[in-house]
Design a protein around this ligand. Sequence first.
Ligand code: 2BA
Length: 109
Amino acid sequence: MKLVIAVVQDKDTNRLVDVLGEGDFKITKLATTGGFLKEGNTTLMIGCEDQYVDNALDILRDNCSKREQMVAPISPMGGNADSYIPKPVKVEVGGATVFILPVEDFMQF
Ligand code: 2BA
């Protein structure tokens, strides 16, 4: 068994959860925050048998979009904040950041 942990954008979550549910995947949805943008995102925990991992990855791939986002950088340390004009930079966020972990035991009581 594997635990697939996927960090996805909030905008993709509803569709993703629906499609995973249609595929009989069991999911736990966590409200999380990205360390860089400090904005909300969603982390899905999907526990499944090894032979279904590729199917879960296909669903993630097909339902998570890449989006560009502008970020205002923080003023440089020690610099003159008065003359500093923050220039927003573009970052590409998503589709999904996925971790696949082996599950040693799975129990439900
Ligand atoms: P955030 O940490 O808010 O990052 C959002 C996007 O900002 C990232 O998109 C990446 O394009 C950019 N970014 C992140 N750190 C950066 C840095 N130090 N310098 C420049 N740009 C940076 P994604 O890579 O698609 O990541 C989306 C979200 O997935 C992340 O949100 C974070 O919540 C999670 N994530 C990504 N990599 C991770 C990792 N290695 N471990 C844990 N969570 C991760």
